[in-house]
Design a protein around this ligand. Sequence first.
Ligand code: C2E
Ligand code: MG
Ligand code: MG
Length: 242
Amino acid sequence: DELREAITAGEFVVYYQPIVALADAHVVGHEALVRWAHPTRELLSPGDFLDVAEDTGLITAIGAQVLDQVCVMLAERPALAGPISVNISAVQLSAPGWLTSVRDTLAARRVDPVRIVIEVTEAAVLSLVDSARVALATLRELGVGIHVDDFGTGYSSISVLRDLPVTGVKLDLRFVQDLTAGDSQANALAQGVSGLVEGMHLNGVAEGIETKMQADLLRAQGWECGQGYYFGRPVATPMTHH
Ligand code: C2E
Ligand code: MG
Ligand code: MG
C-alpha cells in the first residue's frame, strides 16, 4: 500500500553513479539507480523495496517513472558524457505495454535512443517470454544498448550472449571483490570474461570497484570500463565535468 502511495506521490528518485574508462578515469556514462525518498524514513535503496515492487507488479509503474526522470535529465543536460544505463527487471520486460511505454517516453522527451542502455540480469533473461525478446531486439534496432548485468552469476552466461542482441557485459561485483594481488581463481575468472568480452567486441564494465588494486588489475586484464565507490558513489545529480 505504501509503495502504491509513493508512486502517486512521486517519492521515487533517481541517483546516478559514474561509469569511467579505466585507462584514465574519465566519465563515459552513468548508471541510474532508483531510491525511495520515504517521507518518514531514511533514503531507501532497492534492496528495501524491490522484491515487493516486483511481486506486486508495481515495479512497472516505478520503472516508468525512473525512465521518465532519466529522459528529463538527459534532455536538460545535452553535454552530459555518454549514455545512461537503466536497470529493467524481468517483470517489467514481460509486461505487455513495456516496449510501447519506453518508445513513447523517449519520443515525448526527445531523447536519442543511443543515449540509453538497458541493463538486464542473466536471471531475468532466462525467464524471458518471447514478447520480451522481441522488445529488446526492437529497442536495439532503434539504437538502445543492451548490457547483461551481474554477468557470471546466472546459469546461462554464455548463451545469453548468443541469444540476445547484447552490446555489453557488466562483471558482477562479487567477482571484483574477490580479486587478489597474486594469482587466484577470481583473477582467472575476471581475465577469462575479459577475453570473451574483447573477442565478441562487447563493452566491458567491471562493477563494485572499491580499491586502486582492483582498478589496476582489471585495466591490466583488458577491462575497458569500471564503476564503483573508488571512482564515485551514486549521487542525485550526475557530474557534467570530471
Ligand atoms: P546493480 O544494477 O548491479 O547495481 C549495482 C549496485 O551496486 C548498486 O546498488 C550500487 O549502488 C552498488 N555499488 C556501486 N558501487 C559499489 C561498490 O564499489 N561497492 C559495493 N559494495 N556496491 C556498489 P543499489 O543502488 O542498492 O541497487 C541494487 C540493485 O537494485 C541493482 O543492482 C539493480 O539490480 C536494482 N535496481 C536499481 N535501480 C533499479 C531500477 O530503477 N529498476 C530496477 N528494476 N532495478 C533497479
Ligand atoms: Mg545494474
Ligand atoms: Mg550488477
